[in-house]
Write a protein that binds this ligand. Structure first.
Ligand code: BTN
Length: 235
C-alpha cells in the first residue's frame, strides 16, 4: 500500500466525512486534522476531537487491491497504529486490541478506528487521544497519551507518530498470518466474559476464547461473532 497524497487541515467537521467527498477521485488519500467538530465513531457515536489530538482518515481505492481483503487492510492499519504508539512513546506496557478495532491501554480506550466501505472505496478513520485532560461525561473509559506519560505531547512527537504510522502502512507488507498472530496476542477480550450486542437488538453473553482465522471473535462453545458491538466486559 502506498499513500502519496496527504491533506492537512486545522479544523474540519470530520476527516471521515471529508474523505467521502474525494471518493470520485479514485485515488488513495490521507486526510489529517488537528481538530474535528463532528467527529464520529462506530454506530454514529460522537468522537470527542478537541484540538491537539490526532485525527485522520485513509481513503483507499480497493479496485487495485483485489488480492487483499478490506479486513486485512483494516487490521494492518490497527496493527500499524498500535505499534507506532508504542515505539514513538516508548510505552512500558503493551497496548491491546479490543475487538474489532479499539486500541486499549490497560482497561481504557486510547484510540478508536472506524472502517466504512463504499463500493470499491474503503475509508478507515483513526482518532488517537493525545493531550486530552478530561473527556465528556458520557465517555467514561477513555485515556490519553498525556495521561499515560504524565506530560504534554508536543507537535513534533505528534508529527513523528503520524510519520511512523505512515511508514508502517506504506512499507510493511500485509501478511494475514502476522496480523492474526498480533491480534491473538493482543486480544484484550481473551478469557473475559463479554456481552455483545448483535444486529436486530439481539445480544449474547459468553467468554471470549480467541480471535479466529477469519477475524471473527470466538466465544466458548465455538460461537463465532462476525460483527457486533462489545457492550460490556465483565472485569
Ligand atoms: C470508534 O471508536 O467508534 C471509532 C472512532 C473513529 C474516530 C476517527 S477520528 C478520525 C476519523 N474522523 C471521524 O469523524 N471519525 C474517525
Amino acid at each position: 500500500m502506498r499513500i502519496k497524497n496527504i491533506l492537512f487541515f486545522d479544523k474540519v467537521e470530520s476527516t471521515q466525512l471529508l474523505a467521502k467527498e474525494f471518493i470520485f477521485c479514485k485515488k488513495d488519500l490521507l486526510i489529517v486534522a488537528n481538530e474535528q467538530e463532528k467527529g464520529y465513531g462506530r454506530y454514529q457515536r460522537f468522537w470527542y476531537s478537541p484540538i491537539g489530538g490526532l485525527y485522520f482518515s485513509f481513503l483507499l481505492n480497493l479496485e487495485k487491491e483485489e488480492i487483499i481483503s478490506p479486513f486485512d487492510i483494516i487490521f494492518h492499519i490497527v496493527k500499524s497504529v498500535t505499534i507506532s504508539c508504542e515505539e514513538v512513546f516508548i510505552l512500558k506496557e503493551k497496548l491491546q486490541i479490543k475487538w474489532p478495532n479499539d486500541i486499549y491501554y490497560q482497561d481504557r480506550k486510547l484510540c478508536g478506528i472506524l472502517a466504512e466501505k463504499f463500493n470499491s472505496s474503503l475509508i478507515c478513520g483513526c482518532g488517537i487521544n493525545l493531550n486530552n485532560n478530561e473527556f465528556p461525561q458520557e465517555i467514561n473509559n477513555a485515556i490519553s497519551l498525556k495521561e499515560i506519560l504524565k506530560r504534554e505531547i508536543n507537535s513534533y512527537e505528534k508529527f513523528l507518530l503520524l510519520e511512523n504510522i505512515l511508514q508502517k502502512i506504506n512499507y510493511q507488507e500485509i501478511r494475514k498470518e502476522d496480523l492474526l498472530i498480533f491480534l491473538k496476542e493482543r486480544n484484550y477480550l481473551k478469557n473475559k466474559k463479554v456481552k455483545i450486542l448483535l444486529s436486530y437488538k439481539k445480544e449474547i453473553t459468553g467468554i471470549c476464547v480467541d480471535i479466529d482465522e477469519d477475524y471473527s471473535l470466538l466465544l466458548e462453545k465455538g460461537i463465532k461473532i462476525f460483527s457486533g458491538e462489545v457492550e460490556k466486559v465483565y472485569l
